[in-house]
Design a protein around this ligand. Structure first.
Ligand code: C5P
Length: 250
Protein backbone atom coordinates (compact mmCIF):
# COMPACT_ATOMS: atom_id res chain seq x y z
CA UNK A 1 0.00 0.00 0.00
CA UNK A 2 1.15 3.54 -0.74
CA UNK A 3 2.14 6.07 1.87
CA UNK A 4 0.97 9.57 0.97
CA UNK A 5 2.04 12.99 2.20
CA UNK A 6 -0.29 15.85 1.27
CA UNK A 7 1.13 19.37 1.41
CA UNK A 8 -1.55 22.05 1.42
CA UNK A 9 -0.14 25.44 0.42
CA UNK A 10 -2.03 28.35 1.94
CA UNK A 11 0.69 30.91 2.63
CA UNK A 12 -0.29 33.40 -0.08
CA UNK A 13 -1.61 36.82 0.84
CA UNK A 14 -4.90 36.24 -1.03
CA UNK A 15 -5.05 39.87 -2.16
CA UNK A 16 -7.31 39.26 -5.17
CA UNK A 17 -10.26 38.61 -2.87
CA UNK A 18 -10.06 42.21 -1.63
CA UNK A 19 -10.96 41.30 1.99
CA UNK A 20 -9.16 42.06 5.27
CA UNK A 21 -9.18 38.34 6.18
CA UNK A 22 -6.83 36.32 3.91
CA UNK A 23 -9.05 34.40 1.47
CA UNK A 24 -7.97 30.99 2.76
CA UNK A 25 -9.65 31.82 6.12
CA UNK A 26 -12.93 33.17 4.73
CA UNK A 27 -15.90 31.01 5.73
CA UNK A 28 -17.36 28.62 3.20
CA UNK A 29 -20.62 27.20 4.49
CA UNK A 30 -19.58 28.11 8.05
CA UNK A 31 -16.04 26.72 7.99
CA UNK A 32 -12.76 28.41 6.90
CA UNK A 33 -11.99 27.47 3.29
CA UNK A 34 -8.63 25.90 4.07
CA UNK A 35 -10.11 23.79 6.90
CA UNK A 36 -12.68 22.43 4.49
CA UNK A 37 -9.87 21.67 2.03
CA UNK A 38 -7.98 19.73 4.74
CA UNK A 39 -11.08 17.71 5.64
CA UNK A 40 -11.84 16.97 1.98
CA UNK A 41 -8.29 15.69 1.44
CA UNK A 42 -8.24 13.60 4.62
CA UNK A 43 -11.54 12.04 3.59
CA UNK A 44 -10.81 11.59 -0.16
CA UNK A 45 -7.25 10.27 0.18
CA UNK A 46 -8.36 8.13 3.14
CA UNK A 47 -11.08 6.56 1.01
CA UNK A 48 -8.61 5.84 -1.77
CA UNK A 49 -6.15 4.23 0.64
CA UNK A 50 -8.78 2.04 2.23
CA UNK A 51 -9.64 0.94 -1.26
CA UNK A 52 -13.27 1.81 -1.03
CA UNK A 53 -14.40 3.02 -4.37
CA UNK A 54 -16.97 5.75 -4.31
CA UNK A 55 -18.53 7.96 -6.92
CA UNK A 56 -17.46 11.58 -7.25
CA UNK A 57 -18.45 13.03 -3.91
CA UNK A 58 -18.13 16.65 -2.94
CA UNK A 59 -19.44 16.44 0.60
CA UNK A 60 -17.15 17.06 3.55
CA UNK A 61 -18.09 14.78 6.37
CA UNK A 62 -17.38 16.06 9.86
CA UNK A 63 -14.72 13.45 10.35
CA UNK A 64 -11.66 14.11 12.48
CA UNK A 65 -9.51 11.25 11.29
CA UNK A 66 -6.79 10.63 8.70
CA UNK A 67 -5.79 7.25 7.26
CA UNK A 68 -2.67 5.90 9.08
CA UNK A 69 -0.73 5.94 5.77
CA UNK A 70 -1.65 9.55 5.06
CA UNK A 71 0.15 12.57 6.59
CA UNK A 72 -1.07 16.11 6.12
CA UNK A 73 1.04 19.23 6.26
CA UNK A 74 -0.35 22.76 6.06
CA UNK A 75 1.79 25.74 4.98
CA UNK A 76 0.52 29.06 6.38
CA UNK A 77 1.67 32.68 6.46
CA UNK A 78 4.06 32.81 9.48
CA UNK A 79 1.83 35.37 11.24
CA UNK A 80 -1.31 33.27 10.73
CA UNK A 81 -0.29 30.10 12.57
CA UNK A 82 -1.70 31.23 15.92
CA UNK A 83 -4.93 32.26 14.26
CA UNK A 84 -5.15 28.81 12.61
CA UNK A 85 -4.67 27.07 15.98
CA UNK A 86 -7.53 29.14 17.41
CA UNK A 87 -9.74 28.26 14.45
CA UNK A 88 -8.96 24.56 14.98
CA UNK A 89 -10.17 24.81 18.59
CA UNK A 90 -13.24 26.80 17.61
CA UNK A 91 -14.27 24.34 14.87
CA UNK A 92 -13.14 21.23 16.80
CA UNK A 93 -10.79 20.36 13.95
CA UNK A 94 -8.66 17.45 15.14
CA UNK A 95 -7.36 15.84 11.96
CA UNK A 96 -3.66 15.23 12.74
CA UNK A 97 -1.43 17.58 10.73
CA UNK A 98 1.82 19.53 10.89
CA UNK A 99 1.90 23.31 10.27
CA UNK A 100 4.86 25.01 8.60
CA UNK A 101 5.52 28.73 7.97
CA UNK A 102 5.46 29.69 4.28
CA UNK A 103 8.10 31.55 2.30
CA UNK A 104 8.07 34.56 -0.03
CA UNK A 105 6.89 32.56 -3.08
CA UNK A 106 4.92 29.33 -3.58
CA UNK A 107 8.23 27.59 -4.43
CA UNK A 108 9.72 28.59 -1.08
CA UNK A 109 6.56 27.53 0.75
CA UNK A 110 6.71 24.02 -0.74
CA UNK A 111 10.45 23.88 -0.09
CA UNK A 112 9.88 24.75 3.59
CA UNK A 113 7.25 22.02 3.78
CA UNK A 114 9.48 19.35 2.27
CA UNK A 115 12.36 20.27 4.58
CA UNK A 116 10.11 20.16 7.64
CA UNK A 117 8.16 17.01 6.72
CA UNK A 118 8.64 14.12 9.09
CA UNK A 119 7.19 11.73 6.49
CA UNK A 120 9.16 9.78 3.87
CA UNK A 121 6.00 9.01 1.89
CA UNK A 122 6.38 7.37 -1.51
CA UNK A 123 3.76 9.68 -3.08
CA UNK A 124 3.55 13.41 -2.32
CA UNK A 125 0.55 15.54 -3.31
CA UNK A 126 0.71 19.34 -3.33
CA UNK A 127 -2.66 21.06 -3.22
CA UNK A 128 -3.85 24.67 -3.18
CA UNK A 129 -5.51 25.57 0.13
CA UNK A 130 -8.29 27.31 -1.78
CA UNK A 131 -9.50 24.25 -3.73
CA UNK A 132 -11.90 22.74 -1.16
CA UNK A 133 -14.13 20.89 -3.64
CA UNK A 134 -11.62 18.42 -5.09
CA UNK A 135 -13.42 15.15 -5.81
CA UNK A 136 -12.46 11.58 -4.95
CA UNK A 137 -12.07 10.56 -8.59
CA UNK A 138 -9.47 13.28 -9.29
CA UNK A 139 -7.55 12.31 -6.12
CA UNK A 140 -7.55 8.63 -7.10
CA UNK A 141 -6.33 9.37 -10.64
CA UNK A 142 -3.52 11.60 -9.38
CA UNK A 143 -2.28 9.11 -6.75
CA UNK A 144 -2.34 6.08 -9.06
CA UNK A 145 -0.69 7.96 -11.94
CA UNK A 146 2.02 9.53 -9.74
CA UNK A 147 2.84 6.14 -8.19
CA UNK A 148 3.08 4.50 -11.64
CA UNK A 149 4.85 7.23 -13.67
CA UNK A 150 6.44 9.61 -11.16
CA UNK A 151 4.28 12.64 -11.97
CA UNK A 152 0.56 13.42 -12.27
CA UNK A 153 -0.96 16.79 -13.07
CA UNK A 154 -4.76 17.15 -13.27
CA UNK A 155 -5.89 19.35 -16.17
CA UNK A 156 -9.11 20.57 -17.78
CA UNK A 157 -9.75 21.91 -21.28
CA UNK A 158 -9.64 25.68 -21.74
CA UNK A 159 -13.20 26.94 -22.17
CA UNK A 160 -12.59 30.57 -23.12
CA UNK A 161 -11.05 31.60 -26.44
CA UNK A 162 -7.42 32.67 -26.06
CA UNK A 163 -5.40 35.56 -27.50
CA UNK A 164 -1.64 35.90 -27.18
CA UNK A 165 -0.31 39.39 -26.45
CA UNK A 166 2.63 40.90 -28.34
CA UNK A 167 5.72 41.56 -26.15
CA UNK A 168 4.55 45.17 -25.63
CA UNK A 169 0.98 44.04 -24.92
CA UNK A 170 -0.47 46.45 -27.47
CA UNK A 171 -1.48 43.83 -30.06
CA UNK A 172 -2.80 40.29 -29.91
CA UNK A 173 -3.36 37.21 -32.07
CA UNK A 174 -5.82 34.34 -31.72
CA UNK A 175 -4.31 31.02 -30.60
CA UNK A 176 -5.71 27.50 -30.83
CA UNK A 177 -7.21 26.79 -27.39
CA UNK A 178 -7.35 23.04 -28.11
CA UNK A 179 -3.53 23.06 -27.81
CA UNK A 180 -3.70 24.17 -24.16
CA UNK A 181 -4.89 22.76 -20.84
CA UNK A 182 -5.64 24.59 -17.58
CA UNK A 183 -3.71 23.10 -14.66
CA UNK A 184 -5.30 22.20 -11.30
CA UNK A 185 -4.04 20.66 -8.09
CA UNK A 186 -3.34 18.32 -6.36
CA UNK A 187 -0.27 17.62 -8.41
CA UNK A 188 1.22 14.27 -7.43
CA UNK A 189 4.83 13.06 -7.53
CA UNK A 190 7.01 10.15 -6.56
CA UNK A 191 8.30 11.42 -3.20
CA UNK A 192 11.97 11.08 -4.09
CA UNK A 193 11.51 13.13 -7.31
CA UNK A 194 9.74 16.02 -5.59
CA UNK A 195 12.30 16.17 -2.78
CA UNK A 196 15.16 16.27 -5.35
CA UNK A 197 13.33 18.87 -7.48
CA UNK A 198 12.99 21.30 -4.58
CA UNK A 199 16.73 21.22 -3.87
CA UNK A 200 17.23 23.11 -7.18
CA UNK A 201 17.77 26.87 -7.13
CA UNK A 202 14.64 29.02 -7.47
CA UNK A 203 13.60 30.23 -10.93
CA UNK A 204 10.78 32.70 -11.65
CA UNK A 205 9.16 30.29 -14.12
CA UNK A 206 8.37 27.91 -11.22
CA UNK A 207 4.66 28.72 -10.79
CA UNK A 208 3.64 25.17 -9.88
CA UNK A 209 5.29 21.92 -8.82
CA UNK A 210 5.25 20.37 -12.30
CA UNK A 211 7.47 23.19 -13.58
CA UNK A 212 9.99 22.46 -10.80
CA UNK A 213 9.99 18.67 -11.40
CA UNK A 214 10.20 19.20 -15.18
CA UNK A 215 13.56 20.97 -14.65
CA UNK A 216 14.95 17.73 -13.13
CA UNK A 217 14.61 16.11 -16.56
CA UNK A 218 13.48 12.70 -15.29
CA UNK A 219 10.76 12.35 -17.93
CA UNK A 220 7.66 13.98 -19.28
CA UNK A 221 5.03 15.42 -16.94
CA UNK A 222 2.03 13.08 -17.09
CA UNK A 223 -1.41 14.70 -17.37
CA UNK A 224 -4.58 13.25 -15.84
CA UNK A 225 -8.18 14.45 -16.02
CA UNK A 226 -9.06 17.11 -13.48
CA UNK A 227 -12.61 18.22 -12.81
CA UNK A 228 -14.59 21.45 -13.28
CA UNK A 229 -15.82 21.20 -9.68
CA UNK A 230 -12.23 21.48 -8.41
CA UNK A 231 -12.63 25.25 -8.34
CA UNK A 232 -9.82 27.54 -7.12
CA UNK A 233 -11.53 30.14 -4.95
CA UNK A 234 -9.89 33.38 -6.02
CA UNK A 235 -12.66 36.01 -6.20
CA UNK A 236 -15.88 36.72 -4.22
CA UNK A 237 -17.81 35.27 -7.20
CA UNK A 238 -16.00 31.90 -6.81
CA UNK A 239 -17.08 31.81 -3.17
CA UNK A 240 -20.74 32.19 -4.18
CA UNK A 241 -20.35 29.40 -6.75
CA UNK A 242 -18.71 27.09 -4.18
CA UNK A 243 -21.47 27.76 -1.60
CA UNK A 244 -24.20 26.97 -4.09
CA UNK A 245 -22.40 23.80 -5.22
CA UNK A 246 -22.28 22.60 -1.61
CA UNK A 247 -26.01 23.33 -1.16
CA UNK A 248 -27.02 21.45 -4.27
CA UNK A 249 -29.34 18.52 -3.59
CA UNK A 250 -27.24 15.33 -3.75
O1 C5P B 1 -0.73 32.96 -6.08
P1 C5P B 1 -1.40 31.69 -6.43
O2 C5P B 1 -2.90 31.82 -6.40
O3 C5P B 1 -0.91 31.01 -7.66
O4 C5P B 1 -1.06 30.70 -5.22
C1 C5P B 1 -1.33 29.32 -5.30
C2 C5P B 1 -1.28 28.70 -3.91
O5 C5P B 1 0.03 28.87 -3.36
C3 C5P B 1 -2.26 29.34 -2.94
O6 C5P B 1 -2.90 28.30 -2.21
C4 C5P B 1 -1.37 30.20 -2.04
O7 C5P B 1 -1.85 30.34 -0.71
C5 C5P B 1 -0.05 29.40 -2.06
N1 C5P B 1 1.13 30.25 -1.79
C6 C5P B 1 1.96 29.92 -0.73
N2 C5P B 1 3.06 30.72 -0.44
C7 C5P B 1 3.32 31.82 -1.17
C8 C5P B 1 2.47 32.17 -2.27
C9 C5P B 1 1.38 31.35 -2.56
O8 C5P B 1 1.72 28.92 -0.03
N3 C5P B 1 4.35 32.58 -0.84
Amino acid sequence: MHTVLTIVVAAGSGLRMGTAVPKQFLPLDGEPIVMRTMRRLAEGVGRFLTGCSSDVNNTVENSNAAHPNHSLLLVLPPDAITRWEELCRQHRFQIPHQTVPGGPTRFHSVQNALRAAASDADVILVHDGVRPLVDDATLARVITTAAAYGTAVPVVPVIDSLRQLSPQGSESVAVDRSAYRAVQTPQGFRGEWLRAAYEQPYDEIFTDDASVVERLGRGPIVLTDGSPQNLKITTPFDLVVAESWLHQPK
